[in-house]
Design a protein around this ligand. Structure first.
Ligand code: ADP
Length: 874
């Protein structure tokens, strides 16, 4: 250690505190990395690895990136899941005695990005803190670019399942947690198998009740947690406190813009598990993971980034509060019917920048002049927006109007102080208006005067010397000088002092020139420093108003999102759904919002739906492949979801009895990559549904049981229908598409179960899909016809038909044989099938049903029983 150079000693001392980060160590114009960090960074960033003498026998591995291009490299490291600790010089090198003081000024982690070019504009970037306590799980998550922070907690046997649902919704880019095990399960493994994200175990003391509570109180400068709604929410307090501590440690900033923690109960929102989100393609498509083709793609017509983020959140978090839903619907209704109003709003909102993130950067202390101008331009349209909102009737929009603060004082401040087109940097002047600051004005004047004086001097010297090409120029090394070409050297006056010789010219200085130069340069230096200070002051003043800006931003985001709903609802012919607390789900001429959008409007065939928790609990849907079963079922789920986010729906009429959860199990998922068989995945998803659904849930099942042998699959499907449709168990509204035509026999046997099929028309050898859902079961699967439509060659199709015919003939023969009682007994499972799917004891049942037990004598009862036993025997 003694042999190390002082700089290396400084480096290692710092590195000791940031072991889990890559340390970017500022040396001049570079950030350098050493030792292990250098090896990692050289590999990950594909930059050259060199070495540096460090006082040890071997050179320290080193690599570096120029500081002005560092963002790009940092982004790449973050993307790969590393944390980057930025170490800067924290004192002026000229004032330093010995080695310049350096310190880490910020740790950048995947969940704590604020730089606009590292962040997707229309998505939040969340960091989540999870506290696993004895009695429950606390969750807190924050987006530090916008200042949002929310928390909730889960208890009981379903706490872990609830946590996973929350993870699927929030999709955090980084997770910190207090422990690695919970109830004997490795949490890291559990989360990793569920979601690919960066997980760190954080200091357990930070989650301790007392510490966490104090951390929250200190952050919000409050004496009790009452006002935050966190009293007795111990798991939430632990998660939130630790999150604030982690943010403090990494950001080294006051984080004043994170001025509200909002507690929410998960029951406030419709729960959607990971599979359902994926299957319904809410924000991205299943296959390509892109927005185009998702529900969000259809609904998002927002004009601002904050509106887009709000809308995304609404889609991910449908409501369960009827009043809140109706408030949104009423606002959409009013704007839907007023196209001029919408056009006006859109035009104004188009001029609004990302106020949430601007406020974040201002409060954070890294907003530049252009950010303030962007803020000013955004604020400039607020009075007009408020003005239009004044003419509006809906309560929800009036509320929004009340929340919008026109922030005229801030607008005025920026307008009077900041130049319209400021540079990117804030340390090079050109930021502050003359009229705002007299001293800046006079310094600027001095500079301008000085420059005019120099131009005059140039004219005068040309005259005095008779050299027409004489010119006065400036460079950083010599300052101002007089340049004379070689051919005129003979005319140079003797008081010119030569400074530099070039190939075809000489450069001179004279005392008057140097005098004015020092005035100009002095003024320039002063003005740059002064402008910087004035700018910081202004930014500081604005940052005192962060909360006002944030509240306004939130209101604008809501307005933008509602406007977007109104716009799509109008353009796509959606209607206002009637929302109720009962369980009737009735849709007239419903359409699938995404499929309809992807095809020309006229060709989508609308369909009706009727589900309740009574006679129409369970719809069994049959029909050939490609008939439109999945589309239909998803359409129902999407219409319910759209209604509960407060949007109009693609239908002629819709009565939506609110749903607490939507479950979907659609198609065989491709989770093979995770080492589970399709069947296993299918069954665990099914288990999730059966364990968590309630009578208020909507369940969509597509072809469950397909991943195993026919009998197994059919038996499972059968049992599932029985279980779900039964009031004693779930009785939940369910749509179930199946290839097992046997299941259609359940209609009439099980209460509330009804058959539907998607109609097709036979046309000679071919079929035509009519896409209409009608009551009744399908009698054929038309597999060969569908194969033909899919383009299978004629030879295979013809042969398939032959085989099918043979199989059908054999089947008939076999069934004749089974009626022959002289044949040997059937295998056990065949017997089971038989009893399950045909009904050989029909006459016994009939006999049983006909007994009027109240009105017969004991003797007669004995006789009837005897008869029944004999019937059984025969
Ligand atoms: P299934 O689940 O029965 O195999 P899908 O729901 O996947 O069938 O539908 C197959 C295709 O049929 C869809 O990709 C869509 O293009 C089209 N389709 C489905 N329903 C409709 C409809 N109601 N109107 C028009 N086209 C439809």
């Amino acid at each position: 250690m003694e042999n190390l150079t002082p700089m290396m000693r400084q480096y290692l001392a710092l590195k000791e505190s940031y072991k889990d980060s890559i340390l970017f160590f500022r040396l001049g114009d570079f950030y350098e990395m050493f030792f292990e960090d250098a090896l990692t960074a050289a590999r990950e960033l594909e930059i050259t690895l060199t070495g540096r003498d460090c006082g040890l026998p071997e050179r320290a591995p080193m690599c570096g990136v120029p500081y002005h291009a560092a963002d790009n490299y940092i982004a790449r490291l973050i993307e790969k899941g590393y944390k980057v600790a930025i170490c800067e010089q924290v004192e002026d090198p000229s004032a330093a005695k010995g080695i310049v003081k350096r310190d880490v000024v910020r740790v950048i982690t995947p969940g704590t990005l604020i730089d606009p070019h590292l962040l997707p504009e229309k998505e939040n970037n969340y960091i989540m803190s999870i506290f696993f306590g004895k009695s429950g799980i606390g969750v807190a998550f924050a987006d530090i670019s916008t200042g949002e922070i929310r928390t909730t907690e889960f208890f009981g046997t379903k706490a872990t399942a609830n946590l996973l649902d929350e993870l699927a919704k929030v999709n955090p880019k980084e997770i910190i947690m207090n422990d690695t095990e919970y109830n004997g399960v490795s949490i890291e493994d559990m989360i990793k198998s569920f979601l690919s994200t960066n997980i760190y175990v954080f200091d357990s003391w930070a989650f301790e009740d007392k510490f966490a509570e104090k951390r929250i109180k200190d952050h919000y400068k409050i004496l009790t947690l009452d006002g935050l709604g966190l009293i007795d929410k111990h798991a939430s307090i632990s998660a939130t406190g630790a999150l604030l501590e982690y943010l403090q440690q990494t950001q080294k900033n006051t984080l004043d813009h994170m001025n509200h923690v909002r507690f929410y109960a998960s029951e406030q929102y419709m729960v959607l598990d990971k599979f359902t989100r994926r299957n319904l393609e809410l924000t991205e498509t299943m296959r390509d993971k892109v927005k185009k083709g998702s529900l969000l793609w259809v609904l998002d017509r927002t004009s601002t980034a904050m509106g887009a983020r709000m809308l995304r959140r609404w889609v991910e978090e449908p409501l369960r509060d009827i009043e809140a839903i109706n408030t949104r619907l009423a606002a959409v209704d009013e704007m839907k019917s007023n196209i001029i109003l919408r056009e006006d709003f859109k035009e104004l909102l188009n001029q609004v920048y990302d106020l949430e993130r601007l406020a974040g950067r201002i409060s954070y202390g890294n907003a530049n002049g252009r950010d303030l101008i962007a803020l000013k331009l955004s604020l400039g349209v607020l009075p007009e927006i408020k003005n239009i909102l004044n003419g509006i009737h809906t309560e929800g929009l009036k509320d929004i109007s009340r929340q919008i603060d026109a922030l005229e004082d801030i607008h005025h401040l920026i307008h009077s102080a900041i130049i319209e087109n400021p540079p990117l940097g804030i340390k090079e002047g050109g930021l502050i208006k003359d009229s705002y600051h007299p001293e800046i004005a006079s310094l600027r004047e001095a500079i301008t005067n000085g420059k005019t004086w120099i131009t005059n001097l140039e004219h005068q010297e040309r005259k005095n010397t008779g050299i027409k090409s004489l010119k006065i120029s400036y460079n950083k090394v010599f300052g101002y000088y007089i340049e004379i070409t070689k051919s005129n050297i003979g005319l140079v006056p003797s008081h010119y002092e030569r400074k530099q010789t070039l190939a075809n010219a000489e450069r001179y200085i004279i005392p008057e020139l140097k005098e004015i130069e020092s005035k100009i340069l002095g003024a320039e230096e002063k003005i740059v420093e002064l402008e910087y200070q004035v700018f910081l002051q202004i930014r500081n003043v604005i940052s005192q108003h962060t909360e006002r800006i944030q509240i306004t931003a939130l209101a604008l985001a809501q307005l933008d999102a509602l406007l977007s709903f109104a716009e799509v609802s109008d353009k796509s012919g959606y209607v206002k759904p009637m929302i109720s607390e009962d369980n009737r789900l009735e849709i007239v001429n419903g359409r699938h919002p995404v499929v309809e959008r992807s095809m020309s409007f006229a060709s989508f065939v609308p369909n009706d739906t009727l589900l309740d928790t009574d006679e129409n609990r369970f719809a069994i849907i049959t029909g050939p492949n490609m008939a439109g079963k999945s589309t239909y079922m998803r359409q129902v789920a999407l219409i319910v979801l759209m209604a509960q986010i407060g949007c109009f729906v693609p239908a002629d009429q819709a009565f939506i009895g609110m749903v607490d959860r939507i479950f979907t199990r659609v198609g065989a998922s491709d989770d093979l990559s995770q080492g589970q068989s399709t069947f296993m995945v299918e069954m665990s998803e099914l288990a999730n549904i059966l364990n968590n659904a309630t009578s208020k849930s909507l369940i969509i099942l597509d072809e469950i049981g397909r991943g195993t042998s026919t009998y197994d699959g059919l038996s499972i499907a059968w049992a599932v229908v029985e279980y779900i449709s039964n009031h004693q168990n779930l009785g939940a509204r369910t749509l179930f598409a199946t290839h097992y035509h046997e299941l259609t026999e359940l209609e009439g046997i099980l209460e509330g179960v009804n058959n539907y099929c998607i109609s097709v028309k036979e046309h000679g050898d071919d079929i035509i899909f009519l896409r209409r859902i009608i009551p009744g079961g399908a009698d054929q699967s038309y597999g060969i016809q569908v194969a033909k439509l899919a383009g299978i060659t004629d030879a295979v199709i013809t042969r398939a038909k032959e085989i099918l015919r043979e199989l059908e003939v054999n089947d008939i023969n076999r069934s004749k044989q089974t009626k022959d009682t002289t044949k040997p007994a059937k295998k056990k499972d065949e017997q089971y099938q038989l009893t399950m799917f045909s009904n050989p004891h029909e006459d016994i049942l009939k006999e049983l049903k006909s007994i009027d037990i109240i009105n017969i004598t004991p003797m007669e009862a004995m006789n009837r029983l005897y008869k029944l036993i004999n019937m059984m025997k025969s």
